[in-house]
Design a protein around this ligand. Sequence first.
Ligand code: PXG
Length: 479
Amino acid sequence: MNTSTLIAPPAIVRRAEQHDTRAIQAQDSAHFIHPFTDHGDLATRGARVMTRAENIYVWDSEGHRILDAMSGLWCVNAGYGRKELADAAYQQLMTLPYYNSFFQTTNVPAVQLASKLASLAPVVGGRRFEHVFFSSSGSESNDTNVRLVRRYWDLLGQPQRKVIISRHNAYHGSTMAGASLGGMSGMHAQGDLPIPDIVHIEQPYHFENAQPGESAADFGRRAAGWLEAKILEVGPERVAAFIAEPVQGAGGVIIPPETYWPEIQRIVDQYGILLISDEVICAFGRLGHWFAYEKFGYRPDLVTFAKGVTSGYVPLGGVMVGDRVAQVLIEQGGEFNHGYTYSGHPVACAVALANLELMEREDLPGKVKNDTGPYLAQRFAELNEHPLVGVAETCGLVAGLVLVKDKATGETFDPDLGVGMKCRAHCFKNGLIMRAVGDRMIIAPPLVITRAQIDELMGLIRQCLDATLVQLRAEGLHS
Ligand code: PXG
């Protein structure tokens, strides 16, 4: 990439190297409640203090350079240090830092961004996305979806259609509705979740849920069939929508077999229920398309987005509202009593516009589809030879592998051994951020990653898998 577009780092570097890590960690422990964190554990270890970033690398307060193969948290699609995103924020902050979109007002960046998103959303099977609702996060957007689909069925005179079907091990956010839509058992175990009328089916994870010898294609059709079974169990007249990630992200990069989505489409069509594609991770080039439903060829009614829309530089999320819902909501709806202070925030929208223009100019979705995605697929597949790896798969620029005890039988480790966390510790030690979801190791690097950097990434992954294997053998956990 053109390094002149990076924010010049020298001043920041000098300050970063002067950070007093212990003092920051102590203050962090004293005052900062982190998301999804055991604070007793954090206090004894001390948080890793990130101080700066550039391209696909981040630096901590001790001066370590780390290859960020998770794009922050699946969001820094355009890579770090993109000056034009900072400029767009600054310009907008100086012009109109905030105004709301309630009370019959609007602002220019929000209008431009809504139009831009409508133009980027592919038309599949004649379905268009001409309308956008803005929020500040994926969670808020999925809360919006719950309200939208229930309002839609109310307006159509079918208020009994309230049930939303989701999947176990899905992630749809951390608010009451987001966590309920998600299928994370650890989240449901705290705070009486899920809320009423949200139910779950099993995920399409071939490695774990297929029968012995069952082909991926057969399994994909069978897994989609669980949706039909659930609709019949609940009663088709009570089902409002099905929500799913195109590829499950936080659940461990679960890539459905090719037969899955077409069968899901057939089922939602047959029962007339709405389809929500949660593309918080998968949109904006991550799978080689602006929106992932195009890759899999299905026709959602609502599309959740966040993260990559601004490459994570400022918070923004939203819902692409397809014609079917928009027509009812707008033509028959009257006032929809829903909205956030920051819906259509001018600074967030200005940054998103600059980000989408940058991605368009550098053709990041095309690069992932035709160049780096296939190259990562080829290099990642080589890991299938590794004695610790059960199966290694990619889709665009997300990838996941499962660590196994016995390669021949596919036997997995006792989850209590924390083998994934052991591997993650080797990654940190070797300058690589790779996420562990149980014993699945996953990556989602910035979309600006080059082939040479993919080679560097693969070298690090192999080194970390080797180090993990040595440790497991020493502990008598692997042959
Ligand atoms: N939907 C999907 C598919 C997501 O991945 C959300 C909704 C919620 O977005 P917000 O912006 O409210 O966080 C997400 C977020 C992880 C991890 O550990 C993943 C997410 C968030 C936090 C952690 O992989 N995804």
